[in-house]
Write a protein that binds this ligand. Structure first.
Ligand code: DDH
Length: 288
């Protein structure tokens, strides 16, 4: 085999499954974080690693894991993601052959699947880059803005309106933290389970500006415990976006299918896969 002739460890599908199982076990073990799971913050780490991609220059994206370095790690949008990177440190120590770039994406996929989301095909092959490859600040979305900004940011990555809405359904998960983004609260009542609740709540709740000293955000009229960002509300005020919110609110199966496709695209932006090897995606088996 290649590993015998070169002395380099060539991981196989079963090796990636071992990494997956290790992350899944850690997710179950460390259940005293936030709403009971590191899952949401792992998804956000994978998204922020990928969402720096610029299709014109081919820079950014998950191939590099440059958020390890202060210039990018310190970008305002990445505040708090050190929790996700620290969570994965023992996994990297146990499986030193996997790159940080591949590990972060595998962890995002593991988190989605373990939180009862759709199956996300995984292709390894990312290489870590050095500090010089850090992306400039400002490539990730600014939550205080509206539809023009959303299109500017996501078209730069190569996404269309339908894909912007499908990706945004990730806000079924997790919450905002005042000490990270300045915003506060979860989007749904089940922030550790992948659902289409985000779209349902956008349409069916009445949303008012929250009265507080923090940044402008919305709260639901009936319980005042849920939140929406200005960028979330842009998905219902913009007609082209809203038709997809309507579809995903009605049909969770369609959302799961489109979300799996678009998150796979996100996680592979700018990744130069070897055309001859490792082209077949790996299906990692969930625990349950
Ligand atoms: Fe997000 N997101 N996100 N988001 N996001 C935040 C949390 C989480 C925006 C802003 C914020 C996506 C799109 C957008 C997740 C996944 C995804 C927070 C709160 C802000 C602010 C951070 C904090 O205080 O801890 C904006 C703006 C956009 C946009 O313009 C579209 C996308 C595309 C995804 C994805 O995964 C595909 C997740 C998960 C969280 C919860 C994190 C946590 O710690 O909990």
């Amino acid at each position: 085999s290649a590993s015998e002739t070169t002395g380099v460890f060539v991981p196989k599908q079963e090796d990636y499954q071992k990494v997956y199982d290790d992350i899944a076990a850690l997710l179950q073990e460390k259940d005293d974080y936030d709403d009971g799971s590191y899952g949401p913050v792992l998804v956000r780490l994978a998204w922020h690693a990928s969402g720096t991609y610029d299709k014109e220059t081919g820079t950014g994206g998950s191939n590099g894991a440059t958020m390890r370095f202060a210039p990018e790690g310190d970008h305002g949008a990445n505040a708090g993601l050190v929790a996700a990177r620290d969570f994965l440190a023992p996994v990297k120590a146990k499986f030193p052959w996997i790159t940080y770039s591949d590990l972060w994406i595998l962890a995002g996929i593991c988190a989605i699947q373990e939180m009862q989301g759709p199956t996300i095909p995984y292709r390894p092959g990312r290489m870590d880059k050095d500090i010089a490859a850090c992306t400039p600040d400002g490539r990730l979305p600014d939550a205080s803005q509206g539809n023009k900004h959303l299109r500017g940011i996501f078209y730069r990555m190569g996404f269309n309106d339908q894909e912007i809405v499908a990706l945004s359904g990730a806000h079924a998960l997790g919450r905002c933290h005042t000490d990270r983004s300045g915003f506060d609260g979860p989007w749904t009542f089940s922030p550790t389970v992948v659902t289409n609740e985000y779209y349902k709540l956008l349409l069916n709740e009445k949303w008012n500006w929250k009265k507080w000293n923090g940044p402008k955000q919305y709260e639901d009229k009936s319980t005042k415990t849920l939140m929406m960002l200005p960028t979330d509300m842009a998905l219902v005020s913009d007609k082209a976006f809203k038709q997809w919110v309507d579809k995903y609110a009605k049909d969770e199966g369609l959302f799961f299918k489109d979300f799996a496709a678009v998150i796979t695209k996100l996680f592979e932006l700018g990744v130069p896969f070897d055309e001859t090897t490792q082209q077949t995606p790996i299906i990692l088996k969930p625990t349950a």
